[in-house]
Design a protein around this ligand. Structure first.
Ligand code: SAH
Length: 254
């Protein structure tokens, strides 16, 4: 039996946003490997082994999955959203790059998923209609100086900026620091989207002007999207959330 390792994106939550291709891989896997809450999202299947772990040990989990595949298993390593966006796919390739040479001949595939940034954007309108960038605010794997330099560069270039991993109990101050940096150059009425648990039962999405935003509104299930200077709100009736969009043109419409 030839082993196979597929890193599978589960999408933001609601199984309707899992691709049919990803669902096929999950159904035919002999082994599921992943962070507990992601594995828990999947139905139990007779004969399929489940290997849940905590979130801190991505590389160990990747090596474990590679070993299983080397022994002939059809392994699905699961990630929320897209597995290539701040998630397991890079950990798997890092393990291959630095690990057992036998892993290089394995069949390793990546099944894309809808990443949080796209799910959140779709909920509020079209905030990513112009140029945008995404960054992780976590300074677990890179120094804060790098986070800050990249944020400043993105703001200077007037990108819409999506912030993954904005805050956690271990990283309580970084989002507040980021908002202060944003306020140095962006207008106080710049729309900030705080999208929590998008496409899950406890979804909550708010759009606030930069002047009213507070880091305490966000948690580790939140993605933050910072508008560019061209990002606009379309106000609607009382009780209706505004639409948010960024026009595709910049400056004067050609
Ligand atoms: N691979 C994932 C991202 C992993 S990083 C993806 O593509 O979406 C984890 C961060 O993603 C969280 O801190 C949060 O910022 C964001 N995130 C993941 N799922 C989310 C969801 N359903 N709603 C809002 N943000 C989410």
């Amino acid at each position: 039996m030839t082993g196979l390792l597929t890193v599978v994106g589960l999408g933001p939550g609601d199984p309707r946003f899992l691709t049919p291709a990803a669902a096929e891989v999950l159904a035919s896997a002999t082994d599921l490997v992943g962070y507990g809450p992601y594995v828990d999202r999947l139905p139990k299947r007779p004969g399929q082994r489940r290997h849940s772990s905590d979130n801190r040990v991505e590389l160990d989990r990747a090596r474990f999955a590679l070993d299983l595949a080397t022994k002939g298993a059809r392994v699905a390593v699961v990630s929320g959203g897209d597995p290539g966006v701040f998630a397991m796919a890079a950990a798997v390739f890092e393990a291959v790059d630095n690990g057992d040479p036998a892993w290089r001949s394995l069949d390793i595939r990546v099944e894309p998923g809808i990443t949080a940034m796209l799910a959140a954007a779709a909920r509020v309108g079209a905030p990513l209609g112009g140029d945008f960038c995404a960054m992780s605010l976590s300074d677990n794997l890179k120094p804060w100086e790098v986070v800050e330099a990249r944020l400043r560069a993105a703001l200077a270039a007037d990108f819409v900026v999506a912030l993954y991993n904005p805050i956690s109990s271990a990283r309580p101050w970084q989002l507040g620091a980021a908002f202060k940096i944003v306020a140095e150059t962006r207008d106080p009425d710049t729309p900030i989207i705080l999208a929590r648990a998008v496409m899950r039962p406890d979804e909550r999405i708010r759009t606030l002007p930069l002047s009213e935003v507070e880091a305490s509104i966000a948690d580790m299930s939140t993605i933050v999207i910072i508008g560019a200077s061209t990002t606009k709100l379309i106000e609607r009736s009382e009780g209706q959330a505004p639409y948010v969009y960024t026009p595709r043109f910049y400056g004067v419409r050609p």
